[in-house]
Design a protein around this ligand. Sequence first.
Ligand SMILES: [Zn+2]
Ligand SMILES: [Zn+2]
Length: 464
Amino acid sequence: MPVKIKFLGGVRTVTGSSHLISTDKTDILLDGGLYQGRRDEFYIRNTTFNFNPRIIKALVLSHAHIDHSGNIPSLIKKGLRCKVYTTSATKDLCKLMLEDSGKIQEEDVRYVNKINRRLGLPLRKPLYTKNEASQATHRFRSISYRQKFCIAKDIFVTLYDAGHILGSGIAVLDIIDGTKEIRLGYAVDLGRKNLPFLNDPHVPKGLDYLILESTYGTRLHAPIQEAKIKLREAIRRTVERKGKILIPSFALERTQEVLYFLNELLKEKAIPSIPIYVDSPLAIDITGLFKHHAGFLNEKSQAAISSGASPFELLNLRFIREQRDSKALNLEKRPMIIIAGSGMCESGRMLHHLKNNMEDSRNTILVVGYMAKDTLGRRIVERMPVVRIFGIEHELNAEVVIINAFSGHADKNELVDFVGGCLPLKRIFLVHGDLDESQALYETLAQKGLNVYLPQKDEEVLLD
Ligand SMILES: [Zn+2]
Ligand SMILES: [Zn+2]
């Protein structure tokens, strides 16, 4: 029987990455990502599998982002019994990220059930709880980069640095198909060159097939150093008018990137020495893992950490765990920087800081990440004059600064260069992109004479 890929999720969209690889002896999964969308669709997509999770022999996990790892606990609830192979950094990050995801789902169900009880509708259960998420991580086994590892009778995996987030991997599968071998690369998600503390993405050689992300099939990013300059200017302006700087940020990677640049700016005396607060227990724990897994960082950052000068520990920085300390920040009137979640301003402590500070025109809201449609973050990006928080209208008078240069994904040119480095290839499968982005990359690669394919969800493709 020929080797097959079934594109289970994360095709023609950026969320819910998961792919089934089958030989005549073995079925394995590449990623088990959470599909993030509206509540009903969320529940159906993340609990309905058109394969039996019990037969899966191994799951290879590329990195700790929830759209790649977040459905592993529900796969386990539906019978998945195998080991999850990933790097040690991803393993530790996933414990925090999955527990947080379980906690969010418990909270959401509590909120929905309050309404359902009133309306006499059936009560819901969370997709998985914090405790179930924690249990799931017991299945994780860590493997090092560049170590060829046998995960089934006829499949070997080697992980290489993807340069996307801490511990992220490009997976290379060596699949034995009768007398021949097929080498399949999986670069989802693919990072960028010159990120401040990560290594550049590795370019795997000798591949027959490549599954590649296409998040930015049309876009070109500004150099990441531009983010540092914009950060500097916004902070200087705000301090001059005695305001506060609010930075809504994802706990994983973006928070550490912002800290890294703040650290550099402080050392260069390019910004005034004002207090900086990371007001998020999750971001605090994740930042701790960056130090613990320093081996996954680039040489410069490793050397800084081993000499006791971690780029994530700043003199003026305070980590805030307790809610009462978070609230106390409202009483302080001096200029300061507050970094908190959630990244898209939909929940978390950032909501309180926005509510208390957005009406004051001396303050600045610094947007450092993607804000999806229909989120408060998007309304801030669009500079709506009035926004609603906890059901109350607030005027948006604070300055809004948008920094687009932060991105952990390869842009259009970097994707094309990466493919160029992997050639020759029999075929390239484009996944992990909204349709217009994937299609644009498809056309760019097809024009170069490459055999490229845009699969449909649940489509099965043979590899020979
Ligand atoms: Zn990612
Ligand atoms: Zn992703």
